[in-house]
Design a protein around this ligand. Sequence first.
Ligand SMILES: [Zn+2]
Length: 326
Amino acid sequence: VERQARPAIGLDLGGTKILALVVSAEGRVLARAGRPTPHRDRAALVDALVDCVREAVARAGLRVEDAAGVGVGAPGPTDPERGVLLEPPNLPPDCRDLPLRALLEPRLGVPVVVDNDANAAALGEHRYGAGRGTADMLYITISTGIGGGIVAGGRLLRGAGYTAGEVGHMILAAEGQDVCGCGRVGCWEAISSGTGIARQAREAVAAGRAPGLWARCGGDPAALTAAVVARAAAEGDPAAQAIVTRAVAYSGVGLLNLLHLFSPALIVIGGGLTHAWDQLIAPAARWALDHAVRHAAAACRIVRAELGDDVGGMGAAALVAAASRA
Ligand SMILES: [Zn+2]
């Protein structure tokens, strides 16, 4: 069989679980397998990845060597040229500078491609999801963090340091008080992500500015999630409404900046906060399109991601196709 027509195997490597998908050349999921991410050491992690691939392939009635290759979408910065995880968060401590491709290829016997999870997700939506047929597309995930990937001229834009597409760390409020998980102040992620919304709610409660939120969390600020804040805002709580309004306003600014920088034909938005699309995403998208340079706005649509929870695995499978085309 032609390598392009073969199925690809996508490995979604996360801090809590590993998912392997066998994906046909047309983008159909043929089989899946998953397990918790082992945290003992790198050897246990690599064993689990290999076992997960073998299990998924067996369920599809195939052998590993029937596949075009294995793609791995991993957290944190990666070096896709060498197939190395540089500083993966939430994995065993000896996984810094982990040469995953070199460790997996001899055991699996097929080519292995490694990239960060947001880039993989962007390719997944581009090849199999909402971005099919689009040459210039941005993928943005708005969840506990804000991440993204840039497809330009049909190819992933990685940049010289492989960090292109880190849209969540665009600094939008440099003179504010919003400390990001990355340590900088004023990142988009610090204001509009689930973590950012929850942090602002905790601060408002601590300052005595949010009696309604205080009551909703039963006096335990750790129970304040973005979902709780969004619900409170929808029900008219003024402190929650102020936080949501600010999160939406900065998402609008973030999207407008991206429209001006890249003039994409499509912005695909996924992630947990898209469950509150009409409240958190749609008004930001509308503001960005209303305020952007006219030709950029006219050429762009902003839509929901289509692959849901499979975006990591499908994206990892799309890495294989993208690499064999290169
Ligand atoms: Zn940041």
